[in-house]
Design a binder for this molecule. Structure first.
Ligand code: ZN
Ligand code: ZN
Length: 309
């Protein structure tokens, strides 16, 4: 057989492939082409990858993605893809041209570039975790009247727009209503405004709703007891009549009608009492004294002229 000479390396060869010996051909031609890098969206919540329009989990799907980007140039007899962190190794057995006498192995590296994103289910869970509930419990007064006062404050906070978010729902429950909003920040802001404007007692609680790895997932809620109390009105607490002398940030000043005793009661303590509205009463002032009539009963108080016009 006539031997040929490779014009590149000068060695004798049995075959010339595109004008060069198999060794020179191998040195200048790859069995497959691989991209230098592949960019993949990765969910920062669950680690899923967005591949071919779907969120999928596991390193196997990354390996399949890399394999799908490999372009065969020569003859491939076998291929293995392995992913280690942000690198994929592609091992190929074959040859760059079918004219080559022997097959061999080559290894290529593909860089994986991950971009943080959130898959729909993690996004939904995050939203849910962010959601906050303000539990409003109404004590005393006319519930619908108190509720409309509360909602006026809520609307005012939302219209200021300092805390982004919105109301998800307003739901009546036993003893009051619940307002669900899209963020803890907004809930706090609304709650503080209600607490500032109306006689009330505010409490924040936190409940563990699950675990993610070592991290606790908590759901916080804020409860506010709003008292339907107005200065100068008569209320019934646990069966006894009281006159509301003045309202303060954390307490209320009462005058007990049957003995004229003046007492300060913290709103937090008042949450445990039974307060009901009294409708059939009248108040008259004269001569430095206050006459309060409740039904058939009459009380005379002195030293509480504050409430007289
Ligand atoms: Zn050569
Ligand atoms: Zn996810």
């Amino acid at each position: 057989m006539l031997r040929k000479v490779c014009p590149i390396c000068g060695r004798e060869t049995d075959v010339l492939i595109e004008g060069m010996c198999p060794d020179c051909y191998r040195a200048t031609h790859r069995i497959v082409d691989t991209p230098e890098s592949i960019t993949v969206l990765r969910c920062r919540g669950c680690g899923a990858y967005f591949i071919n329009g779907r969120w999928v989990k596991g390193v196997r799907s990354l390996e399949r993605l890399v394999a799908s980007k490999v372009k065969v140039r020569g003859v491939v007899e076998g291929m293995e893809v392995g992913v280690f962190r942000d690198r994929a190794k592609v091992k190929v057995k074959g040859k760059a041209s079918e004219l080559m006498p022997n097959s061999y192995e080559e290894e290529y590296e593909v860089k994986l570039m991950f971009q943080n994103d959130l898959c729909p289910s993690c996004r939904a869970e995050l939203m849910k975790r962010e959601e906050a509930i303000i539990q409003l419990r109404l004590i005393g007064g006319d519930p619908s009247d108190v509720k409309s006062k509360v909602m006026d404050i809520v609307r005012m906070v939302l219209s200021k727009g300092e805390d982004k978010g919105r109301i998800i729902s307003v739901e009546d429950v036993d003893g009051g209503f619940d307002i669900k909003v899209t963020s803890q920040r907004l809930a706090r802001s609304i709650a503080l405004s209600i607490h500032r404007e109306l006689p009330s007692f505010m409490m924040e609680t936190s409940k563990v709703i699950g675990y993610r790895g070592d991290r606790r997932v908590e759901k916080r809620s804020i409860s506010i007891h709003v008292f339907g109390l107005s200065k100068g009105e008569v209320v019934n607490i646990n069966g006894t009549y009281y006159l509301v002398k003045s309202l303060h940030r954390d307490h209320v000043e009462f005058v007990r009608l049957n003995d004229g005793l003046q007492l300060n009661v913290k709103y937090g303590k008042l949450t445990q009492e039974r307060i009901s509205q009294v409708t059939d009463y009248s108040i008259q002032c004269g001569g430095g004294r206050v006459m309060v009539k409740v039904g058939d009963l009459q009380y005379v108080l002195s030293g509480v002229s504050l409430i007289c016009p």
